[in-house]
Design a protein around this ligand. Structure first.
Ligand SMILES: Nc1nc2c(ncn2[C@@H]2O[C@H](COP(=O)(O)OP(=O)(O)OP(=O)(O)O)[C@@H](O)[C@H]2O)c(=O)[nH]1
Ligand SMILES: [Mg+2]
Length: 209
């Protein structure tokens, strides 16, 4: 896929203020600081489109980016941000869960996992929740430039094994680096393929008014 345009549309905390669900949409989610915003900028080749930070917890809203005037990328707040207060965490969780569960045009949840780490409980729990809800998701391993491919493969193998303890199959896996563009073509091809099959879903207009 060639990216011709990528524009910031809106930041939201309310479902009713999201764009109507008439375009295919992909949500990028993962632990705080995993590299969601960096990956979005790498995919769109637009530095600064999604705000990145070394301080975890930067993205705190549902951010919509419109790509090639045909599909949306959604940058979601990271989960597991240790320094957020308990009530704030609960609010985020509820809001994100409602969004993921109810968004009619959501095609796939892109779950970002730090490729440097052994399987983390919070990531596995989130995958398990997606599975229970029947939400389609893929795994995107980030920051692959930070260690050897052997180490990356080892961590992925462990994650696959942990997923297989919960499900019969492992979702599709992508290995990426926002530093050297690894995985860019693969992720965009995956999205492009789904976009081609998209049909506008039925939705309640009152939810978006
Ligand atoms: N070397 C390397 N660094 C990366 C990569 N992706 C992200 N980073 C760095 O990791 C830090 C966090 O990246 P962000 O993209 O802001 O992470 P995020 O998941 O959006 O974080 P929150 O919005 O706070 O949840 C930044 O310092 C990035 O420069 C990568 O592929 N390679
Ligand atoms: Mg971010």
């Amino acid at each position: 896929m060639i990216i011709k345009s990528a524009d910031f549309i809106c930041s939201n905390t309310q479902i009713s203020k999201l764009p109507p669900p008439t375009k295919p949409e992909y949500a990028f989610i993962g632990r705080s600081n995993v590299g969601k915003s960096s990956l979005i900028n790498m995919l769109t080749q637009k530095k600064g489109l999604a705000k990145t930070s070394q301080t975890p917890g930067k993205t705190q809203l549902i951010n919509h980016f419109y790509v090639n005037e045909t599909w949306y990328i959604v940058d979601l707040p990271g989960y597991g941000y240790a320094r957020a207060s308990k009530s704030k965490k609960a609010d985020w969780n509820k809001f994100i869960q409602t969004y993921l569960d109810k968004r009619e045009s959501l095609q796939c949840v892109m779950v970002l996992i730090d490729s440097r780490l052994e399987p983390q409980k919070i990531d596995l729990e989130f995958c398990s929740w997606l599975g229970e809800k029947g939400l389609p998701f893929v795994l995107i391993f980030t920051k692959a430039d930070k260690q050897s491919s052997i180490k990356t493969d080892q961590n992925i193998a462990k994650f696959r094994k942990a997923i297989l303890d919960m499900f019969d199959e492992v979702p599709q896996v992508f290995i990426t680096s926002s530093d050297n563009m690894m995985g860019r073509e693969e992720v965009l091809a995956f999205i492009s393929n789904i976009n081609q099959q998209f049909e506008v879903p039925e939705y309640n207009e009152e939810r978006y008014s």
